[in-house]
Design a protein around this ligand. Structure first.
Ligand SMILES: [Cu+2]
Length: 391
């Protein structure tokens, strides 16, 4: 049931890699979660030190994949969409849905916070691992180099109706009407609501302009994670979500569009590129609050968002300290100064941090999709817990 990293490594320890919480999330999950997190976090710290990888996943740019490679990936994703759910998470019918539900349950503690990039790194790793373990996919998780399509998402080859993800939404519900995923009935979303619906998109070339080199270069110049993290989340991240629109623009339910995984693999690559500029310090550089600023989650986030209302090719991150910083209507950055008090009731599980400052010991809660991990375990992609490279 827990299928994390089974394919790609051999273990020289005898302990079970099955965490104790498999399949127990239904019904009593909220009560038992704290215990479960503690148990699996304990197991994971010794595990990751004692593994020997046999294969490193190669994560390649979608634009460079052959037709067959693209079809292999698409078919593997469709396979995840056809496999029955196993974890007892609310509303999820398939493994694909379980990913989306895990994200919905995490949303308020993994956006606008220090754990944003670490959580999404583990989330994309989980997606790659399950494509491989459940669906015999032999490639790595591809990524979408969005800078190639900045300002022109509507013409991207990623929207190809045959060897891509299908095009823009149409009609009153903005449903996609072509491509391999046009018939998928998604039971989760918009936001935290549950209803059967199509995969919807409202592509905005305007919003996608911010995916260009200007915003990326601006982030890459940042000297520490406390500046880099909000920059990447505020600009390249928002550009991809806003540029595709519809479900992708919903901070809770965006993994209902399979493009999500190529978007976040790309963001993960950008984070690794930044880390690689100075591994000595950046393999351990983490910062940020554990609870987002209140303005991150207004009630309207439960509805599928409209396209951003304005266009501006001269993107600049509002200065640190600006109250309620936004870009394209999206909140940007972290509350400063970080509040000394926090509302633990907002947190869905124990995060392992004693206060509101994100640390390497912070636990990333996966709701059973893969075992919970600490941020420390996902800081390096070079075959500790994670084993992949971007090419
Ligand atoms: Cu997210």
């Amino acid at each position: 049931m827990i299928r994390d990293k089974g394919l790609h490594q051999t273990e020289n320890t005898s302990h079970s890699r099955e965490p104790p919480h498999t399949g127990t999330l239904c019904g009593i999950w909220a009560v038992g979660l704290g215990l479960l997190i503690a148990a699996s976090a304990q197991a994971s710290s010794s595990e990751s030190q004692k593994t020997a990888w046999t294969t490193k996943s190669q994560r390649r740019e979608w634009h460079t994949l052959s037709r067959d490679d693209k079809l292999d990936y698409i078919n593997a994703e469709k396979c995840l969409m056809s496999k029955p759910a196993k974890l007892g998470l609310p509303a999820a019918r398939t493994i694909f849905d379980e990913f989306q539900m895990s994200h919905v349950l995490n949303t308020k503690v993994v956006h606008g916070v220090g754990a944003f990039l670490p959580f999404h790194r583990l989330f994309i790793h989980a997606h790659e691992a399950l494509l491989q373990a459940e669906c015999n996919y032999t490639g790595g998780q591809p990524y979408w180099n969005e800078s190639l399509d900045a300002g022109n998402f509507s013409s991207s080859i990623i929207l190809d109706p045959e060897v891509g993800f299908g095009g823009n939404g149409t009609g009153p519900l903005n449903c996609i009407v072509d491509g391999p995923f046009k018939d998928y009935v998604n039971p989760i979303g918009p936001g935290q609501t549950f209803s059967d619906h199509c995969i919807d998109r409202i592509i905005s070339d305007c919003a996608s302009e911010m995916a260009g080199r200007q915003s990326i270069d601006q982030c890459m110049r940042m000297q520490n994670f406390s500046a880099f993290g909000p920059c990447l989340e505020g600009m390249p991240h928002v550009a991809g979500h806003g540029g595709i629109g519809g479900q992708m623009l919903n901070v809770f339910s965006s993994p209902g569009d399979p493009i999500f995984y190529l978007h976040h693999a790309y963001l993960d690559k950008l984070w690794w590129d930044w880390q690689s500029q100075n591994l000595t310090s950046r393999l351990t550089d983490i910062a940020g609050p554990n609870v987002p600023a209140p303005f991150w989650f207004p009630p309207e986030r439960n509805a599928t968002s409209s396209p951003p209302p304005f266009c501006n090719s001269n993107w600049t991150l509002p200065p640190v300290g600006t109250p309620n910083r936004t870009i394209l209507g999206f909140p940007v950055g972290w509350p400063l100064p970080i509040p000394a008090t926090l509302d633990k009731a907002e947190l869905l599980g124990s995060d392992g941090d004693p206060g509101n400052e994100t640390t390497l010991g912070h636990v990333l809660t996966m709701y059973g999709v893969v075992p919970n991990r600490t941020i420390a375990e996902v800081m390096d992609i070079r075959c500790g817990l994670l084993c992949y490279e971007y090419i």
